[in-house]
Every structure is written in C-alpha cells, then in structure tokens.
Design a protein around this ligand. Sequence first.
Ligand code: PEP
Ligand code: MG
Length: 326
Amino acid sequence: ERKQLNRLRREPSRTLDGTDIKLWANAESREDVAEAHALGAAGVGLYRTEFLFMGSREIPDEDTQFRAYRDAVLGMTGRTVTIRTLDLGADKADKTGLALRDEPNPALGLRGVRLSLARDGLLHTQLRAIARASGYGPVRVLVPMISGAEEMRTVRAMLRTALAEVRREGHEVAAQLPLGAMIEVPSAALSLSGFIGACDFLSIGTNDLVQYLLAADRNNEALGELYTPLHPALLRLLRDVVRIAQRRGRPVAVCGEIAGDAAFVPLLLALGLTELSLHPATLLEVRRAIRSCDLSGLRNEARALLRARDRAGIERWLSANTQAMP
Ligand code: PEP
Ligand code: MG
C-alpha cells in the first residue's frame, strides 16, 4: 500500500480525462518544505509564518524572518512559495505579547490581518522580509482573515511601499509579487466581487470559513458534527467564490483541512476547483484520488450536489460519485 503510494511521487495529479489539478503543500517548518519538494508538490500554497512567532518569546526581527522565508524559497528550487502574513490570535497561542490576552471572544477578535494592521511596524517588517526573500525564487503573499475590500487595499499599498524600499536599498527583489486574500470570513466570500480586483489570487480557508459560517468553534469537541464542511451553505459559498474567481481570471485554491482528505476530492472537483493545498502527509493519497476521478462526469453532477438539502444528502452524493480505488 505504502509502496504503491510512493510510486505516485513522480506521477502527475491528473484526472482520468486528462486535467491536471494543482497540488500545493501547506508548510509550517523546514521539514514540511523538504517533504513537499520530495513529493512533487507544485509549490507551497500556504506557508504559515505564525509558527516562527509561536515558537519564540521575542518577535522575530526582519533578518530572522528573511532567513526563514529565503530558506523555504530555496528549498522549493524554483517552485512558487505562498507566504501567508502573520495569523496570530484566537486559537493560535502567542508568547510574544503581540496578541491581546483576554479577549472576550478571541475568534471574533484581533487576529490575523487585523492584528498585523493594529501593531506598529509589524506588517511592514514582515512584508520587507518577504520582499527580500523574493530575490531567491518565486514568491506570493497571502493575507489571512480578510473581511472586506478596505483591508485588502491597505495591505496592497503597504506591499508596494515595502517592495520599493527594499529595492531602493539595493536588494534584489522579484519584479512581480502576487498578492492574494484568504477567503475564510463569510463577508469576504459574499463581497468578493467588490475587491477581487485587488487580489491576484485567492485561497479558501475552509477551517475558518466553516467555523464562521456555521457559528461553530473549530476546536470545540462538544459541538461534534455541527462543525462540518458537509453543509449545503458551505458548498454554495464555495461554488460562488470559484465562479467569481474564474470569471475574473484569478487562480483559486482551497487550503483548509478539507483539501487534505481524499474522500472529499470528488466534491471539490465537482464544485470547479482545480487547485488544492494540503499538508504533505496526505498529498499522495489525494493525488491517487484525483487520478481516479472523471472530471467532466463530476462537473455534470455539480447541480445534484448543490441540490443536497443536508449532510446526509451530501454524503449520499459522495458515495455515489466516488470511484472505487484501484
Ligand atoms: C483555514 O482557516 O482553513 C486555514 C487554512 O488557515 P488556518 O487553519 O491556519 O487558520
Ligand atoms: Mg484560517
């Protein structure tokens, strides 16, 4: 079984009817980057920079950040690395003192880009470090917890400033540094057409999107099956985001846990997704699932999927549309 999976390291993530699905890796460490490279990931689709901050009592300075980002870029040898700006707060514990301590409702509080924008110099320093790393290979910048147009425009202006500064100082930087939004807050998904012009690409964070859409804490075990991606509201939202992105020619990936579960591959492909970002641990299983899918057949079943009324209906669709694995 393991051996058979390992054979897929050098195989394309291609459906039976010949469409290549882009499989990016989520990475939190040097080891993840090495693993992603070895498994033939298309690039890193989500580099979680908060892990640099969570492991330390001090806020990593520009040089420390730069070296970590540069090493990830070098580790991928020319494949794109998508660096997400700091996503501290809520369930992501912080020893540096950046996040607020006792928020009454941390998941709805000062987290992600909100925190980055609230702390003097924090985002500026991080964008400078990322800009410097872009001199070593292709880099994209991804912003977490975007809730609407204003934040995206603010970050875009700050990225422009950081790039110009770093260039002026004589560092080599990429000519292009694409900027993308995480779609993980329902308001961002629902107002996307108003700010997609400020986005070069999108990445859908289903972990948080499910949490906020269903008002179900992603870490509260007491909620049991109330926290689930198998909800008709989520499927509709995914379909709408994908449609808008495709109409406007913006690449869109899913980078939440749902993308790392081979069982959900037919559902994501049916909804029009062609890019997934997932932890390297399940990359080969997901690749195998993709290789057993008939994409045009699944797309024809999208309407039936979107007609499902509840979890049981979605599960029935999934079992009817899952190919037996060879
Ligand atoms: C998500 O919310 O789906 C996501 C990928 O980000 P994180 O799990 O780091 O919040
Ligand atoms: Mg998230």
